[in-house]
Design a protein around this ligand. Structure first.
Ligand code: EPZ
Length: 418
């Protein structure tokens, strides 16, 4: 795996333009197969996760063309064949093909990898939703066959035990053609879910309540092609906002929806970070000192778990003790040993980490154990003295489009090395 090297200590000034949301795009691309006419999705981030999903679409026989940040998907020629593990295991979000293929063909067979480094990541709630719609689920190891004998999915009332993002979206995809009304109670409310529901409605679906904890899907008989835009990536934006809180001199994070980052902005303000919040941007300036704070990750609009890791790098600079509680994933502190190797003083106990600050960070060899742990290493490396070398950067490239150029353009010294 290749490496990234960062010479730390530079101020970051200028503008970083945020791209389309990974966690929207990875659902919109599979959702496109629900209709057999052309769909154009613009503002798609060019990251390895979207490339992997486009590979699955091509495997199924779809025609795809990319023009800068837009992709045009024509699913009129796809065939519903088994998706082998070799391609589905490249990313967790391949599970959205379950809901989309079940929704369109009333049958799907695919291998689906189990957990990943941040947790077991089961899909029991997805499968419970499919069964509620009348499907039969057959599991053989990590191979799933989901089908409906009479080829008719029926609307159902589904109560999610956990407000799962993936299960909410996958059930929506499976239910768009179901006969009758499907209600999802305790649905996740993330902005990416609203983005997917809007896309489906533009194709002709009948979905109401996305963004609330009750979503109603009234089955329709036909969907047609449409043009849709991916919302800005609130996690990419939050990552660069945190970097700006660490090293920014009037750093502008542009093309964002600030409302999607309300709690993160509030926490940064609590710490004494100066920000100007505009309609579609935030200008951030690193303060001389930071106050400690307490973050608890939660479902939207709570503090996003995906920013817990980079935010912890910032907490190492606060004067005093900060607390981080990771309430969503059972193993999302793998960045801690590497922050401590750089000079941080972080202690972990179960789902809680205590960060003693202020500590001076010094660059060294670290590893990106997962996508957002990698983001934490980048953020810490931008501030740290000397040079930080990050290994396993493929994790970072899954979710951060053009990260090297975006940071170098605002004064960082970051590059790939062999
Ligand atoms: C989505 O994952 C995101 N990924 C994750 O972002 C994000 O951390 C997560 O939502 C929470 O916000 C994508 O959107 C592609 P969940 P997802 O289902 O849908 C448990 C990143 O860094 N659960 O909301 O897989 C699960 O174990 C990634 O961009 C079940 O128990 O998350 C977890 O504890 C990492 N059974 C909790 O629910 C299920 O069937 C939330 O998971 C499903 C989930």
């Amino acid at each position: 795996m290749s490496k990234i090297q960062i010479k730390g200590g530079n101020n970051l000034s200028g503008t970083i333009r945020i791209g389309g949301a990974k966690n929207s795009a990875v659902a919109l691309i599979p959702a496109a197969i629900l209709c057999d006419s052309k769909v154009t999705i613009c503002n798609v981030p060019d990251i390895t996760d979207t490339e992997a999903l486009e590979e699955i679409l091509k495997y199924l026989g779809a025609n795809i063309s990319r023009a800068s940040e837009s992709i045009i998907i024509d699913s009129s020629t796809i065939e519903n064949k088994e998706i082998p593990e070799g391609i589905s295991k490249k990313l967790r979000a391949s599970y959205y093909f379950m809901g989309a293929l079940l929704g369109r063909y009333k049958q799907v067979e695919m291998h689906f990898p189990g957990g990943c480094s941040i947790g077991a990541r089961p899909i029991d709630l997805h499968l419970k939703g499919f069964e509620a719609l009348g499907a039969t689920v057959e599991e053989d190891g990590n191979k799933y066959k989901v089908y409906v004998k009479d080829k008719v999915l029926k609307g159902a009332n589904i109560f999610l035990d956990i407000a799962s993002v993936g299960a909410t979206i996958n059930i929506m995809l499976a239910a768009v053609y179901a006969k009758g009304v499907t209600t999802i109670e305790n649905a996740a409310k993330e902005p990416e879910i609203v983005n997917v529901a809007t896309f489906l409605n533009q194709m002709g679906a009948n979905i109401k309540g996305a963004g609330t904890n009750t979503i109603k899907i009234k089955g329709v008989t036909e969907l047609t092609g449409c043009f849709h835009e991916v919302i800005p990536d609130r996690i990419e934006a939050g990552t660069y906002l945190i970097a700006g809180a660490m090293c920014g001199k009037y750093l502008k994070i542009d093309n964002i929806i600030p409302e999607h980052l309300e709690l993160v902005i509030s926490k940064l303000s609590e710490m004494g970070v100066e920000m100007e919040v505009g309609t579609d941007y935030v200008i951030v300036n690193a303060p001389k000192e930071y106050k400690p704070t307490h973050i608890r990750t939660a479902v939207y609009p709570g503090f996003p778990t995906d920013l817990q890791q980079p935010f912890m790098a910032l907490l190492t600079q606060a004067n005093g003790k900060s607390i981080v509680e990771e309430k969503i994933w059972e193993n999302r502190f793998m960045h801690v040993p590497y922050l401590n190797k750089m000079g941080a003083k972080i202690e972990m106990c179960g789902d809680k980490a205590t960060v003693e600050g202020k500590t001076e960070l010094t660059g060294c060899e670290v590893i990106a154990t997962d996508l957002r742990a990698g983001a934490a290493m980048v953020v810490a490396g931008l501030l740290a003295k000397n040079t930080t070398t990050i290994d396993n950067v493929e994790h970072i490239l899954r979710g951060y489009e053009d990260i090297i150029d975006k940071l170098n353009n605002v004064g960082a010294e970051i590059k790939f090395i062999d």
